[in-house]
Structure formats: C-alpha cells, structure tokens
Design a protein. Structure first.
Length: 346
C-alpha cells in the first residue's frame, strides 16, 4: 500500500484527494495545509471550474499538519504537491531530501533554475520526481497521442493548438509573475508540454501578442523545427470578456490524416465547436467515440499512473520532470519573444 501525503488542500488538493479514493494500492495517510479549518474537514468553500463542490469531509484516520516539515517526518512514501506554483520547488526539494518520492502539480516551478534544483535533489535522493501534466489523459488528447504514436497515418507534419479563457480575475495572484505567472505558466504550459511530447523541442520560437502586468496576455507562437521539420503553432491567453470561460482544441496534420477538435464553454453552454474528427484519405470523415470527458476521470487516470510509476520505480514519459522543465523553458522563451519582438533560440 503506497502512503501519500497531499500538501495544499485547495482546489487541486481536493481533486487529487478524491481521485486517490478511486484507486487501489494507495491511501492518503497525511494532509498538510496552512488553513486549520481544511484540516478539520471543512472543504465547503473549495471550488474550481470542474468536479464536485467542496463538502464537510470525514478525515478520521488521516494525520493532519500545518507544517510541511511535520508531514515529511511522517511515514508517507509519496508527497503530492498541490500548492501554489511559487512553493513547488522548495517543498519538492525538501521532500526529496527527506527520502520521499514527489508528484508535483504543473507548472513544475516558476523558473527553469528551480526545475534544475528539483531534478538534482531527485537524483541525489534516488527518488522519483513526477509532474502533473494531465492534458494527455483527457480523451481527445489521449486519442491524438495514440494516433500519432501508432504511426498508422505516417509522418507528423504539424499542428495548431488553442487554449484561451476569460480572464480569471477571481483567481488570487493569477497576474503576479512571482506567484502564478498568468496564462503563460498557468494555462499555455499544458499545450507547451503537449507540443514537446508530440514534436520534441523546436529550434526557436516566434511569438507576438499583448501583455498585462508584464506578462503575456493573448498571443500567437510559431514553433520552428527547421526547414524540413513540422510546422507548429499555438494561440493562447485570456480574453477581457467573461462570456467564454474556456476554449481549447487542436488541428494536427499527419501525412495520411488530420485530427481536429475544439471544445468551449460559452455562457452556460459547454459544447464541441468541432467534435473529435479524423479526416482521412478519399474524403473519409470519422468521428471516434471517445470516453466520457469528465476531467475527474483524467485526474484519476493520471494518479493511477503516478502510483504505478512508484511501484515500478520509473516514471512514464508524460509525467517525466524533464518534459515538464522543457515545457517551462518553452513558455519563458515565448515571453522573451513577445517582449523583444524577435525570434528566440530555444
Ligand atoms: N492540472 C490542472 O488542470 C490544474 C488545475 C488547477 C490548478 N492546478 C495547479 O495546482 C496547483 C494548486 O492550484 P489550486 O487551484 O489548487 O490552488 P489553491 O489556492 O486552491 O490551493 C492551494 C492551497 O495551498 C495552501 N497553502 C498555501 N501555502 C501553504 C503552505 N506553506 N503550507 C501548506 N498549505 C499551503 C493554501 O491555503 C490553499 O489551500 C497550482 O500549481 C495550479 O497550477 C492544476
């Protein structure tokens, strides 16, 4: 039985806690949170943009701590970090030094140097460091990854990726560069990671867009893979209007097929603008039947892989910290490109 300590009982801490309850061979044995009422089980004021509303929880049998150090002295095998991004690196390094495996929510950290510090700590401790990039566990992205990796439609020629939300002005510190990092590190990092997973690292990025509080606000990026490489593009950011709280999608080109999908929440309507669609040779159009897109299922699948990775002793590629660090680097290169209005080598 793998013993897990979850650090940070906010929206993601609750999602992870609930997801572990659906899995075998794992038990949340400890929680760490600075708000005492959450340790007393009062999660009624926790809310996010999916999943169940927070409830009064029965946490009997679970050790609770307000200080990370005390959780690290307990017998947990894995520390699951669902803290605000600015705290990820320090808590991960301390957890690894205490001999714990670490699973950390995205973004891995705010700075690449912090990612390097985390990786070094994992190497020194001989423990696993995994990062929660959940997008490839969502049915549409899982489908695309499987189709591309199967090789059945030949070479990958390129792709266009979109992730745009209404400005989440209700999220504390969202526009603070040293706390959350705006839509670049909170939002686009999902696509940066998926692009890295599908295409590898580009030679350079060219981005242009608007800025808010010194952070990219709404922008377009061309990821340059050289003359004969894939052509890759992303549109990301926030809208100043509240009417469309979420929009994401892709169009991925292969030699023998194009994969497309776009989903958005406009007003109170959550719907596909384009259902997952496969355009194949001879005008053939297919609509694959994908599993239920409830994000809670994606998190349960992700955490199932975390548990399996610890049991096996190696992380799967999607959760690999090296990829998460590359995704962060791609984000920072885009910010640099927007600010300098120049192409930036990666
Ligand atoms: N994968 C996704 O789709 C997704 C979605 C939302 C959030 N996230 C990520 O999850 C992480 C957490 O985001 P969230 O929305 O849950 O934030 P949140 O603010 O809801 O929760 C963070 C919790 O950490 C607690 N905390 C802060 N400092 C602490 C400390 N020193 N010790 C103990 N507890 C402390 C806060 O009191 C709060 O309860 C972020 O990295 C975010 O990017 C990922």
């Amino acid at each position: 039985m793998l013993r897990v300590g979850v650090v940070g009982i906010g929206f993601m801490g609750m999602v992870h806690y609930l997801s572990y309850q659906k899995l075998r061979d794992v038990q949340v044995t400890a929680l760490c949170e600075k708000q005492q009422k959450r340790l007393d089980g009062d999660w009624r004021d926790i809310k996010g943009n999916f999943g169940p509303a927070g409830e009064q929880m029965d946490l009997s049998g679970i050790e609770t701590f307000t200080e990370v150090e005390d959780l690290l002295a307990s017998d947990v095998d894995l520390v699951d970090i669902t803290l605000p991004p600015a705290l990820h690196a320090d808590v991960a390094v301390r957890s690894l030094a205490a001999g714990k495996h670490v699973f950390c929510e995205k973004p891995m950290a705010l700075k690449v140097e912090d990612c390097q510090r985390m990786t070094k700590a994992a190497e020194q401790a001989g423990k696993l460091l995994m990062v929660g990039h959940v997008l490839p566990f969502f049915p549409e992205y899982q489908w695309a990854l499987q189709v591309v990796q199967s090789g059945q439609f030949g070479k990958l020629l390129g792709g266009s990726f979109k992730r745009v939300i209404s400005d989440p002005s209700w999220l504390a510190n969202f526009w603070q560069p040293d706390q959350v990092g705006g839509p670049l590190l909170d939002l686009h990092i999902h696509d940066a990671h998926f692009i890295r997973l599908l295409f590898g690292m580009p030679n350079s990025v060219s981005s242009c867009g608007s800025q808010k509080n010194g952070l990219p606000e709404y922008w377009h990026t061309h990821f340059d893979y050289g003359e004969s490489g894939p052509v890759v593009h992303a549109t990301s950011g926030t809208l100043r209007q509240q009417g469309r709280s979420f929009d994401h999608g892709f169009e991925i080109q292969l030699e023998g097929a194009t994969l497309a999908f776009e989903f958005s929440v406009t007003g109170d309507q959550a719907d596909y603008h384009c259902p997952p669609t496969l355009l194949a040779a001879e005008s053939k159009v297919e609509y694959p039947q994908l599993p239920d897109g409830d994000p809670m299922h994606a998190f349960a699948a992700e955490l199932g892989e975390v548990v399996a990775s610890v049991q096996r002793g190696t992380s799967i590629e999607i959760l690999d910290s090296a990829l998460a660090q590359d995704a962060l680097l791609l984000c920072h290169k885009q910010a640099e490109s927007i600010q300098s209005r120049r192409r930036v080598e990666v």
